[in-house]
Design a protein around this ligand. Structure first.
Ligand SMILES: NC(=O)c1ccc[n+]([C@@H]2O[C@H](COP(=O)([O-])OP(=O)(O)OC[C@H]3O[C@@H](n4cnc5c(N)ncnc54)[C@H](OP(=O)(O)O)[C@@H]3O)[C@@H](O)[C@H]2O)c1
Length: 286
Protein backbone atom coordinates (compact mmCIF):
# COMPACT_ATOMS: atom_id res chain seq x y z
CA UNK A 1 0.00 0.00 0.00
CA UNK A 2 0.96 3.59 -0.51
CA UNK A 3 1.05 5.11 2.97
CA UNK A 4 -0.66 8.48 3.21
CA UNK A 5 -0.67 8.93 7.00
CA UNK A 6 0.94 7.31 10.04
CA UNK A 7 1.39 8.28 13.67
CA UNK A 8 4.22 8.60 16.11
CA UNK A 9 2.99 6.95 19.27
CA UNK A 10 4.28 5.61 22.57
CA UNK A 11 4.83 2.16 21.05
CA UNK A 12 7.15 3.69 18.45
CA UNK A 13 9.06 5.70 21.07
CA UNK A 14 9.26 2.70 23.42
CA UNK A 15 10.60 0.53 20.58
CA UNK A 16 13.15 3.17 19.56
CA UNK A 17 14.43 3.64 23.12
CA UNK A 18 13.86 0.07 24.37
CA UNK A 19 11.53 1.02 27.20
CA UNK A 20 11.22 -0.96 29.39
CA UNK A 21 14.89 -2.00 29.25
CA UNK A 22 14.21 -5.74 28.91
CA UNK A 23 12.37 -4.98 25.64
CA UNK A 24 15.88 -4.96 24.09
CA UNK A 25 15.78 -8.73 24.14
CA UNK A 26 13.07 -8.50 21.47
CA UNK A 27 13.61 -5.14 19.80
CA UNK A 28 17.41 -5.29 19.44
CA UNK A 29 20.22 -5.44 22.01
CA UNK A 30 22.22 -2.42 20.82
CA UNK A 31 19.91 -0.62 18.42
CA UNK A 32 16.37 -1.25 17.15
CA UNK A 33 16.24 -4.22 14.79
CA UNK A 34 13.45 -2.49 12.94
CA UNK A 35 14.89 0.40 10.98
CA UNK A 36 11.49 1.78 9.95
CA UNK A 37 9.03 2.25 12.79
CA UNK A 38 5.38 3.23 12.49
CA UNK A 39 2.58 1.04 13.79
CA UNK A 40 -0.52 2.98 12.62
CA UNK A 41 -1.14 3.36 8.92
CA UNK A 42 -3.75 4.73 6.55
CA UNK A 43 -3.32 4.64 2.80
CA UNK A 44 -4.26 3.23 -0.55
CA UNK A 45 -3.72 -0.31 -1.82
CA UNK A 46 -1.20 -0.19 -4.64
CA UNK A 47 -0.50 -3.85 -5.38
CA UNK A 48 -2.10 -7.15 -4.32
CA UNK A 49 -0.62 -10.57 -3.76
CA UNK A 50 -1.79 -13.26 -6.19
CA UNK A 51 -4.39 -14.88 -3.96
CA UNK A 52 -5.78 -11.78 -2.29
CA UNK A 53 -9.46 -11.27 -2.98
CA UNK A 54 -10.61 -9.40 0.14
CA UNK A 55 -9.29 -6.05 -1.20
CA UNK A 56 -8.92 -4.25 -4.51
CA UNK A 57 -6.18 -1.98 -5.83
CA UNK A 58 -7.14 1.59 -4.90
CA UNK A 59 -9.02 0.64 -1.71
CA UNK A 60 -8.58 3.17 1.10
CA UNK A 61 -7.50 1.21 4.17
CA UNK A 62 -6.27 1.72 7.71
CA UNK A 63 -4.92 -0.48 10.46
CA UNK A 64 -1.91 -1.38 12.56
CA UNK A 65 1.29 -3.27 11.93
CA UNK A 66 2.09 -4.42 15.48
CA UNK A 67 4.83 -6.92 14.66
CA UNK A 68 6.63 -5.46 11.65
CA UNK A 69 5.92 -1.70 12.06
CA UNK A 70 7.11 0.05 8.83
CA UNK A 71 4.47 2.78 8.31
CA UNK A 72 7.03 5.60 8.50
CA UNK A 73 7.80 4.98 4.84
CA UNK A 74 6.09 5.69 1.55
CA UNK A 75 5.19 2.02 0.93
CA UNK A 76 4.18 -0.71 3.35
CA UNK A 77 3.43 -4.38 2.82
CA UNK A 78 0.81 -5.91 5.13
CA UNK A 79 -0.79 -9.35 5.16
CA UNK A 80 -4.31 -9.29 3.74
CA UNK A 81 -5.55 -11.19 6.81
CA UNK A 82 -3.71 -8.79 9.14
CA UNK A 83 -5.01 -5.82 11.11
CA UNK A 84 -6.35 -3.95 8.10
CA UNK A 85 -9.82 -2.70 7.18
CA UNK A 86 -11.41 -0.29 4.69
CA UNK A 87 -11.63 3.29 5.94
CA UNK A 88 -15.27 4.03 6.74
CA UNK A 89 -16.95 6.54 4.40
CA UNK A 90 -14.89 9.48 3.20
CA UNK A 91 -12.85 9.91 6.38
CA UNK A 92 -9.54 11.53 5.40
CA UNK A 93 -6.39 9.45 5.79
CA UNK A 94 -4.98 11.63 8.55
CA UNK A 95 -8.09 11.00 10.66
CA UNK A 96 -8.04 7.24 10.08
CA UNK A 97 -4.79 6.51 11.94
CA UNK A 98 -6.57 5.55 15.16
CA UNK A 99 -5.51 1.94 15.81
CA UNK A 100 -2.60 1.91 18.27
CA UNK A 101 -4.15 3.59 21.33
CA UNK A 102 -7.51 1.95 20.69
CA UNK A 103 -5.98 -1.54 20.50
CA UNK A 104 -4.20 -1.09 23.82
CA UNK A 105 -7.32 0.44 25.38
CA UNK A 106 -9.39 -2.53 24.20
CA UNK A 107 -7.07 -4.87 26.10
CA UNK A 108 -8.66 -3.39 29.23
CA UNK A 109 -12.10 -2.11 28.19
CA UNK A 110 -13.07 -5.57 26.88
CA UNK A 111 -13.47 -6.47 30.58
CA UNK A 112 -16.47 -4.13 30.72
CA UNK A 113 -20.09 -4.81 29.89
CA UNK A 114 -23.44 -3.03 30.14
CA UNK A 115 -23.95 -1.38 33.54
CA UNK A 116 -20.36 -1.84 34.79
CA UNK A 117 -18.52 1.19 36.12
CA UNK A 118 -15.00 2.33 35.41
CA UNK A 119 -12.60 5.11 36.25
CA UNK A 120 -10.12 6.02 33.52
CA UNK A 121 -7.07 7.94 34.75
CA UNK A 122 -5.26 9.83 31.99
CA UNK A 123 -8.23 10.13 29.63
CA UNK A 124 -6.38 12.61 27.38
CA UNK A 125 -3.70 10.35 25.83
CA UNK A 126 -4.18 8.07 22.81
CA UNK A 127 -5.10 5.14 25.05
CA UNK A 128 -7.25 7.17 27.47
CA UNK A 129 -9.33 8.93 24.80
CA UNK A 130 -9.92 5.59 23.09
CA UNK A 131 -10.73 3.88 26.40
CA UNK A 132 -13.50 6.37 27.20
CA UNK A 133 -15.19 5.73 23.85
CA UNK A 134 -14.75 1.94 23.89
CA UNK A 135 -16.05 1.75 27.48
CA UNK A 136 -19.11 3.81 26.52
CA UNK A 137 -19.67 1.63 23.44
CA UNK A 138 -19.82 -1.33 25.84
CA UNK A 139 -22.49 0.42 27.92
CA UNK A 140 -20.30 1.17 30.94
CA UNK A 141 -20.55 4.17 33.29
CA UNK A 142 -17.35 6.17 32.83
CA UNK A 143 -15.61 8.58 35.20
CA UNK A 144 -12.64 10.19 33.41
CA UNK A 145 -9.68 11.84 35.15
CA UNK A 146 -7.71 14.54 33.29
CA UNK A 147 -5.84 17.77 33.97
CA UNK A 148 -7.20 21.32 33.61
CA UNK A 149 -6.27 21.80 29.95
CA UNK A 150 -8.26 18.72 28.93
CA UNK A 151 -11.25 19.22 31.19
CA UNK A 152 -13.80 19.48 28.31
CA UNK A 153 -12.42 16.57 26.30
CA UNK A 154 -13.76 13.42 28.04
CA UNK A 155 -17.34 14.79 28.12
CA UNK A 156 -17.17 15.28 24.34
CA UNK A 157 -16.21 11.59 24.04
CA UNK A 158 -19.16 10.46 26.16
CA UNK A 159 -17.72 10.27 29.70
CA UNK A 160 -20.43 10.52 32.35
CA UNK A 161 -18.30 12.53 34.78
CA UNK A 162 -14.96 14.30 34.57
CA UNK A 163 -12.54 14.80 37.45
CA UNK A 164 -9.64 17.27 37.40
CA UNK A 165 -6.60 15.56 38.97
CA UNK A 166 -5.05 18.98 39.61
CA UNK A 167 -7.93 19.91 41.93
CA UNK A 168 -9.35 16.64 43.29
CA UNK A 169 -7.60 13.55 44.66
CA UNK A 170 -9.64 10.81 42.98
CA UNK A 171 -7.88 8.13 45.06
CA UNK A 172 -9.71 9.50 48.12
CA UNK A 173 -13.19 8.99 46.58
CA UNK A 174 -15.61 6.80 48.50
CA UNK A 175 -17.24 5.60 45.27
CA UNK A 176 -16.10 2.19 44.01
CA UNK A 177 -15.63 0.89 40.45
CA UNK A 178 -15.60 -2.46 38.66
CA UNK A 179 -12.52 -1.29 36.79
CA UNK A 180 -9.86 1.33 37.48
CA UNK A 181 -7.73 1.89 34.38
CA UNK A 182 -4.48 3.81 34.74
CA UNK A 183 -4.17 4.76 31.06
CA UNK A 184 -1.14 6.99 31.60
CA UNK A 185 1.00 4.93 33.97
CA UNK A 186 1.08 7.54 36.74
CA UNK A 187 -0.64 5.88 39.68
CA UNK A 188 -0.50 2.48 41.37
CA UNK A 189 -2.68 -0.36 42.59
CA UNK A 190 -1.91 0.51 46.22
CA UNK A 191 -3.17 4.07 45.75
CA UNK A 192 -6.30 2.94 43.89
CA UNK A 193 -7.14 -0.19 45.89
CA UNK A 194 -9.93 1.45 47.92
CA UNK A 195 -11.65 2.47 44.66
CA UNK A 196 -12.27 -1.14 43.62
CA UNK A 197 -15.44 -3.12 44.20
CA UNK A 198 -14.97 -6.57 45.75
CA UNK A 199 -14.39 -8.11 42.30
CA UNK A 200 -12.91 -4.94 40.83
CA UNK A 201 -9.85 -4.94 38.57
CA UNK A 202 -6.94 -2.49 38.43
CA UNK A 203 -5.31 -2.31 35.01
CA UNK A 204 -2.39 -0.15 33.89
CA UNK A 205 -0.53 0.59 30.66
CA UNK A 206 2.83 0.87 32.37
CA UNK A 207 4.92 -1.14 34.79
CA UNK A 208 4.05 0.92 37.89
CA UNK A 209 6.41 1.97 40.70
CA UNK A 210 9.18 -0.66 41.09
CA UNK A 211 7.53 -2.74 38.33
CA UNK A 212 4.78 -3.41 40.87
CA UNK A 213 2.13 -3.97 38.20
CA UNK A 214 4.13 -6.87 36.76
CA UNK A 215 4.69 -8.55 40.15
CA UNK A 216 1.14 -7.90 41.39
CA UNK A 217 -0.25 -9.00 38.03
CA UNK A 218 1.61 -12.32 38.34
CA UNK A 219 0.55 -12.72 41.98
CA UNK A 220 -3.14 -12.03 41.38
CA UNK A 221 -2.98 -14.08 38.16
CA UNK A 222 -1.70 -17.06 40.18
CA UNK A 223 -4.41 -16.62 42.84
CA UNK A 224 -7.01 -16.63 40.06
CA UNK A 225 -8.56 -13.24 40.91
CA UNK A 226 -6.83 -11.21 38.16
CA UNK A 227 -7.21 -8.12 40.36
CA UNK A 228 -4.18 -6.39 38.82
CA UNK A 229 -3.54 -6.61 35.09
CA UNK A 230 -1.31 -5.19 32.41
CA UNK A 231 -3.50 -5.32 29.34
CA UNK A 232 -1.71 -7.33 26.68
CA UNK A 233 -3.82 -6.64 23.61
CA UNK A 234 -4.91 -9.55 21.44
CA UNK A 235 -6.40 -10.30 18.03
CA UNK A 236 -5.33 -7.14 16.19
CA UNK A 237 -7.08 -8.18 12.93
CA UNK A 238 -10.39 -8.82 14.71
CA UNK A 239 -10.11 -5.62 16.68
CA UNK A 240 -9.44 -3.39 13.64
CA UNK A 241 -12.59 -4.80 11.96
CA UNK A 242 -14.56 -4.09 15.12
CA UNK A 243 -13.10 -0.57 15.31
CA UNK A 244 -14.05 0.13 11.68
CA UNK A 245 -17.61 -0.87 12.60
CA UNK A 246 -17.69 1.51 15.58
CA UNK A 247 -16.25 4.31 13.41
CA UNK A 248 -18.88 3.85 10.73
CA UNK A 249 -21.62 3.91 13.41
CA UNK A 250 -20.21 7.19 14.74
CA UNK A 251 -19.26 5.55 18.06
CA UNK A 252 -15.52 6.08 17.73
CA UNK A 253 -13.29 8.81 16.38
CA UNK A 254 -9.69 9.79 16.87
CA UNK A 255 -8.62 12.73 19.02
CA UNK A 256 -5.75 14.47 17.23
CA UNK A 257 -2.90 16.68 18.28
CA UNK A 258 -0.07 17.93 16.02
CA UNK A 259 0.52 16.89 12.37
CA UNK A 260 4.05 16.65 11.02
CA UNK A 261 5.39 16.05 7.51
CA UNK A 262 7.56 12.93 7.19
CA UNK A 263 10.77 14.94 7.01
CA UNK A 264 10.03 16.44 10.45
CA UNK A 265 9.40 13.06 12.07
CA UNK A 266 12.28 13.47 14.53
CA UNK A 267 10.45 16.48 15.96
CA UNK A 268 7.30 14.35 16.24
CA UNK A 269 9.23 11.71 18.24
CA UNK A 270 10.56 14.40 20.59
CA UNK A 271 7.07 15.76 21.16
CA UNK A 272 5.53 12.33 21.84
CA UNK A 273 8.35 11.51 24.26
CA UNK A 274 7.45 14.63 26.26
CA UNK A 275 4.38 12.75 27.56
CA UNK A 276 2.28 15.86 26.87
CA UNK A 277 0.44 14.98 23.70
CA UNK A 278 -3.33 15.00 23.48
CA UNK A 279 -4.57 11.82 21.79
CA UNK A 280 -2.78 11.05 18.52
CA UNK A 281 0.20 12.68 16.75
CA UNK A 282 -0.03 12.30 12.97
CA UNK A 283 2.69 12.08 10.34
CA UNK A 284 1.74 12.93 6.75
CA UNK A 285 3.78 10.44 4.78
CA UNK A 286 2.82 11.38 1.22
N1 LIG B 1 5.87 0.38 26.34
C1 LIG B 1 5.04 0.49 25.32
O1 LIG B 1 5.20 -0.13 24.26
C2 LIG B 1 3.87 1.43 25.43
C3 LIG B 1 3.03 1.58 24.33
C4 LIG B 1 1.97 2.43 24.40
C5 LIG B 1 1.74 3.11 25.59
N2 LIG B 1 2.52 2.94 26.65
C6 LIG B 1 2.29 3.68 27.89
O2 LIG B 1 0.93 4.04 27.99
C7 LIG B 1 0.80 5.32 28.55
C8 LIG B 1 -0.16 6.16 27.75
O3 LIG B 1 0.25 6.36 26.44
P1 LIG B 1 -0.61 7.34 25.50
O4 LIG B 1 -0.01 7.31 24.17
O5 LIG B 1 -2.05 7.07 25.66
O6 LIG B 1 -0.49 8.73 26.14
P2 LIG B 1 0.63 9.73 26.59
O7 LIG B 1 1.48 10.24 25.54
O8 LIG B 1 1.33 9.12 27.74
O9 LIG B 1 -0.40 10.84 27.09
C9 LIG B 1 -0.05 11.89 27.71
C10 LIG B 1 -1.33 12.53 28.28
O10 LIG B 1 -1.36 12.22 29.65
C11 LIG B 1 -1.67 13.40 30.38
N3 LIG B 1 -0.98 13.35 31.66
C12 LIG B 1 0.31 13.65 31.92
N4 LIG B 1 0.57 13.52 33.22
C13 LIG B 1 -0.58 13.10 33.80
C14 LIG B 1 -0.96 12.79 35.13
N5 LIG B 1 -0.10 12.87 36.14
N6 LIG B 1 -2.21 12.38 35.33
C15 LIG B 1 -3.10 12.28 34.33
N7 LIG B 1 -2.82 12.58 33.06
C16 LIG B 1 -1.56 12.99 32.79
C17 LIG B 1 -1.14 14.54 29.50
O11 LIG B 1 -1.91 15.71 29.67
P3 LIG B 1 -1.75 16.64 30.98
O12 LIG B 1 -0.28 16.67 31.32
O13 LIG B 1 -2.28 17.97 30.56
O14 LIG B 1 -2.60 16.00 32.02
C18 LIG B 1 -1.30 14.01 28.08
O15 LIG B 1 -2.49 14.41 27.47
C19 LIG B 1 2.21 5.88 28.68
O16 LIG B 1 2.60 5.75 30.02
C20 LIG B 1 3.04 4.99 27.82
O17 LIG B 1 4.36 4.83 28.31
C21 LIG B 1 3.61 2.12 26.60
Amino acid sequence: MKVHAATVNRTDTATLRAHPFFARAMTGLIRPKMRVLGMDFAGEIDLLGEDVCAFDVGDRVFGISPDMFGAHAEYLCVPADGAIARIPGSLPYHQAVVGEGAWYANGTTRLLSEGKSCLIYGASGAIGTAAVQLAKARGAHVVAVVGTRHIDLPGSLGADRVVNYEIEDFTAFEETFDLVFDAVGKTSFLKCRSLLTEDGVFSATDLGPGWSNIFLGMFYGATGTGRVRIPFPEDAPGFIQQLAGLMSQGKFHGVFDQRYPLDEIAEAFRYVESGQKTGIVVVDVC
